[in-house]
Ligand binder design. Structure first.
Ligand code: HEC
Ligand code: HEC
Ligand code: HEC
Ligand code: HEC
Length: 192
């Protein structure tokens, strides 16, 4: 009988979705990916391995405050040219005017930029709820947490907070070297 180990099993559903995970000893953790854009800017220099370098926000912002601009066009420095298209929001809907390293929730509480998901969730309840039960945002790793851990994507992995519309996909043309008379034509061109 398969009944009892399938997705319909109540026990299994609780294990897969629930916050019960942390309390449930022996299960592997569910981690939320931490995008680099929350803690630094990509520098123009590459490291010796050819990987782009990150400049932490604190390098420029620790102990220094700049006035929060009233429009993206006023924003200069390394952030010049930022695109902004996010409903009727203004900069202060999300940023703490007193510190570039903090975000501000609607109730006035300030949180570190790395906790941005709490910010998104306060205005996008339906998506936050869908995310919490796994229907929005995707994941990778193990479905069965007894076998291994799982990594969830962060909201800003997929949505730029300043221009959050998910980019539409452009269909790719078929490869130029695709065999036109498959399978008879395969291997007859000689060129590779
Ligand atoms: C290389 C230096 C540098 C780095 C790294 C940097 N910033 Fe800035 N940032 C600036 C400067 C300079 C300004 C002021 C721009 C202006 O005058 O318009 C600024 C302005 C801002 C502002 C608007 C003004 C304010 O103080 O609120 C925000 C918000 C901000 N930065 C957030 C960040 C965040 C978040 C990071 C990391 C993800 C970051 N910055 C990384 C240099 C930097
Ligand atoms: C909906 C919330 C939201 C609004 C509105 C918003 N920001 Fe941000 N901002 C964020 C988050 C979250 C980050 C964290 C970094 C990331 O993932 O881009 C960020 C990062 C930044 C950074 C760091 C560099 C970067 O591009 O990530 C700057 C500068 C910045 N914001 C300026 C502004 C300015 C200026 C405005 C108003 C025109 C504004 N923001 C409006 C949420 C917001
Ligand atoms: C202060 C409230 C507020 C916050 C915080 C906020 N949003 Fe939004 N968001 C809005 C509004 C308003 C709209 C526009 C809705 C509309 O036009 O119907 C919107 C639209 C969107 C859209 C749809 C964009 C489109 O054009 O299809 C996405 C995706 C989105 N937000 C993601 C995010 C993410 C990710 C965060 C966190 C970084 C966030 N939002 C934070 C208020 C907010
Ligand atoms: C794996 C990528 C991914 C992640 C992570 C993700 N989303 Fe989305 N989101 C999408 C896609 C794809 C759409 C649909 C875009 C479309 O239909 O054009 C979407 C749509 C949305 C919309 C617009 C819905 C509408 O009806 O217009 C909002 C708001 C939103 N997401 C908020 C969030 C929030 C908040 C989080 C974090 C809790 C999040 N998303 C995490 C991929 C993602």
């Amino acid at each position: 009988m398969i009944v009892g180990v399938g997705c319909g099993s109540r026990d299994n559903a609780e294990r897969a979705y629930g916050p019960a995970v942390a309390a449930d000893a022996g299960l592997h953790p569910v981690r939320i990916h931490a995008p680099a854009s929350l803690t630094g800017l990509r520098g123009s220099v590459r490291d010796p391995n050819g990987q782009p370098t990150e400049v932490p926000c604190a390098t420029c912002h620790a102990g220094r405050t700049f006035p929060l601009p009233s429009s993206p066009a006023e924003l200069g420095g390394p952030h010049a040219g930022m695109r902004f298209r996010h409903g009727t929001n203004v900069c202060a809907s999300c940023h703490d005017p007193a510190s570039a390293e903090r975000l501000r929730l609607a109730d006035g509480r300030v949180i570190p930029v790395s906790d941005a998901m709490a910010l998104c969730s306060q205005c996008h309840g339906p998506q936050a709820r869908d995310y919490a039960h796994g229907a929005h945002g995707g994941m990778s790793g193990h479905w069965d947490l007894r076998r291994g851990g799982r990594v969830r994507n962060h909201c800003v992995d997929c949505h730029d907070p300043h221009d959050p519309a998910f980019p539409s996909f452009v269909p790719m043309p078929p490869p130029l070297d695709a065999p036109r008379r498959a399978p008879a034509g395969r291997g007859q061109t000689g060129a590779h």
